[in-house]
Design a binder for this molecule. Structure first.
Ligand SMILES: *[C@@H]1O[C@H](CO)[C@@H](O)[C@H](O)[C@H]1NC(C)=O
Ligand SMILES: *[C@@H]1O[C@H](CO)[C@@H](O)[C@H](O)[C@H]1NC(C)=O
Length: 198
């Protein structure tokens, strides 16, 4: 009697499993891209709208409320873009005479879950990586590796495509590397901006 009961239960369980397998779509779309790790370093390669290449070292540090882009255009001075969560951004060069522009934004740095609410578009290969793709407010198209969940690429509305070349979770940039130079706090350094940052 007991054995029969057990068999019945097993049979029911299996039936239930088969049913749920049939009823559920084979794969429901992922809800949102994976949140960004609280800290990471990525090397990004992009082709600017001028057609010129740029390498950017992105150091995202949510606990410190800091997002740093160190931008290298071909054979030009490196440009630092140090964004703080209080809305202040320092945009400067260290080479030559040095130039700095301080900017204030309403919003701080992106939250780790800044891609929440994006629309899922399906799967697509990018540079040989099978990716889930999302779009958010016609501003960004975001490609995440299906297996590793690492971002592979993002495209901005202006046509600039960013390729993620390396992605190091947990890497931290030393504070001394992003100390805004003293001339960020002086008048008159903006005049160098046009030549330095074009
Ligand atoms: C970069 O952009 C230019 C102009 O938009 C295009 O001609 C060129 O093929 C692009 N290069 C790469 C490597 O994507
Ligand atoms: C925001 O934080 C940075 C880094 O601590 C600081 O240099 C800057 O002055 C702050 N901005 C404001 C408006 O408080």
């Amino acid at each position: 009697m007991k054995l029969l009961q057990l068999l019945l239960i097993l049979a029911f369980f299996q039936f239930h499993q088969i049913c749920s397998r049939v009823i559920q779509p084979s794969q429901s779309p992922p809800v949102a891209p994976s949140p960004w790790p609280e800290r990471f370093h990525a090397v990004l390669y992009m082709n600017l709208s001028t057609g010129y290449p740029q390498i950017t070292n992105l150091w995202y540090d949510w606990p410190k409320g800091r997002n740093v882009n160190i931008m290298q255009k071909q054979l030009k001075d490196q440009v630092y873009d140090v964004e703080w969560d209080n809305g202040t951004s320092f945009y400067y060069t260290l080479a030559g005479n040095g130039a700095c522009r301080t900017m204030y934004f309403e919003v701080g740095i992106p939250r780790p879950d800044w891609l929440d609410g994006a629309n899922y578009l399906g799967r697509e290969y990018s540079n040989g990586f099978l990716c889930n793709v999302w779009e958010k407010v016609d501003f960004i198209w975001y490609y995440e590796d299906v297996v590793t969940k690492i971002p592979v690429r993002w495209d901005f509305y202006d046509g600039i495509i960013t390729h993620v070349m390396t992605f190091e979770v947990g890497a931290v940039l030393e504070d001394s590397q992003v100390q805004a130079p003293e001339y960020c706090f002086q008048e008159g350094k903006d005049q160098f901006l046009n030549t330095a940052f074009e």
